[in-house]
Design a binder for this molecule. Structure first.
Ligand code: ASP
Length: 348
């Protein structure tokens, strides 16, 4: 395909989610519906002077059904259409949006175009829908260029929801009913959406090399999340850590990265690490991060060989492990890569 004019060219990848759903008249549940229904409900899209094309998942899905195969499908479409479009808008359910955004951020190496993920809390056909505004704003952000150098303003995977644009791999769904459904607790917003779209230039990700987009399709799902809680037993901890084939564990700890200091807790962790399992410490808190050496209880984990996830989100830690193991790295190499950020997912 050839670029025919200077209008921004945007590709919408519609995966499903509430934004395109319609209520089943019999069961009264919301079910994904096709793209034509969605776009017919947003006539304002035609007011944008852009060339907009779309592709959709067949069938569109509720994002609770998303798995790494769907991330590969989205990444493959971006790869296939990368040179023909200026930006990409992914319409996606909110439930797993932060996982998809995190995964894509690792899979799309050297990305230098916007991949804006959005959806809505109310279906687009409803009178008070937030979907119309989110879709229009996502398209405008995907088309935005830096007036200084003419380059895309956003050169990363980001989530647009209501009043904010967030870095994808820093975001978490924080509300099941608020229109501002997402937040990045440990990183500022990339843009604030009000009367105008105000980008925070210092917060936006920039790749300084000019290497072509490299898409990593390999994802290894032998990764689990283990949630520490009062009453957790050695038996339950062991069962999780000894799940056959497990290569990576996101250990969700208290506060600054703390967990029981007792032998029954630390021994299974140490044994897992000795078997070659990579264990990453991620706090259960919404804000702040892990500082393993601050308390004796966290220091025990460090001495077992647990890696600090600093201020990474669970979504980013999980998908980063899937991505790193998917590239075929050894446990030692994965551990080294977990210690430092790849594409702005944590601050150390
Ligand atoms: N269950 C829906 C989904 O994630 C919720 C939403 O889109 O807000 O697809």
């Amino acid at each position: 395909m050839e670029k025919q004019d200077s209008k921004p060219r945007i590709l919408i990848i519609y995966t499903g989610g509430t934004i395109g759903m319609i209520e089943d008249p019999v069961t009264r549940t919301l079910n994904p519906f096709n793209f034509n229904h969605l776009i017919d409900n947003v006539p304002k899209v035609k007011m944008l002077d852009y060339v907009i094309e779309h592709i959709q998942f067949e069938p569109p899905i509720d994002s609770s059904n998303v798995n790494p195969r769907h991330w590969q499908l989205i990444a493959a479409q971006i790869e296939k259409n990368y040179s023909d479009f200026d930006g990409f808008v992914v319409l996606h359910g909110t439930d797993t949006m932060a996982y998809t955004a995190s995964a894509l951020s690792f899979m799309l190496e050297h990305l230098r175009k916007p991949v804006i993920i959005t959806g809505s809390q109310l279906p687009i056909g409803e009178v008070r829908t937030d979907g119309e505004e989110n879709l229009i704003t996502a398209l405008q952000i995907a088309a935005a260029v830096d007036p200084v150098n003419g380059e895309p303003m956003v050169q990363e995977v980001a989530i647009l929801f209501e009043n904010y644009l967030w870095r994808g791999n820093r975001s978490t769904k924080r509300s099941a009913d608020n229109f501002n459904a997402f937040k990045s607790n440990n990183y500022p917003s990339l843009a604030r959406i009000g009367l105008s779209i105000q980008f925070d230039h210092d917060a936006l990700w920039r790749v300084h090399d000019r290497l072509p987009l490299k898409v990593h399709m390999g994802l290894n799902t032998d990764v689990i999340v283990v949630y520490v809680h009062p009453g957790l037993t050695e038996q339950s901890l062991r069962q999780q850590l000894e799940t056959p084939g497990v290569k990576g564990v996101v250990l969700k700890t208290y506060g600054a990265g703390n967990a029981p200091a007792a032998e029954w807790f630390n021994r299974p962790i140490k044994e897992a690490i000795e078997r070659g399992v990579v264990v990453v410490n991620v706090t259960q808190c919404a804000n702040g991060g892990v500082r393993q050496r601050r308390y004796f209880t966290g220091d025990c984990l460090a001495r077992c060989g647990v890696i600090s996830g600093h201020d990474i989100t669970t979504e980013a830690a999980l998908t980063k492990l899937m991505f790193l193991f998917g590239t075929g790295l050894s446990a030692q190499q994965v551990s080294n890569c977990m210690l430092r950020p790849i594409c702005g997912e944590m601050t150390i």
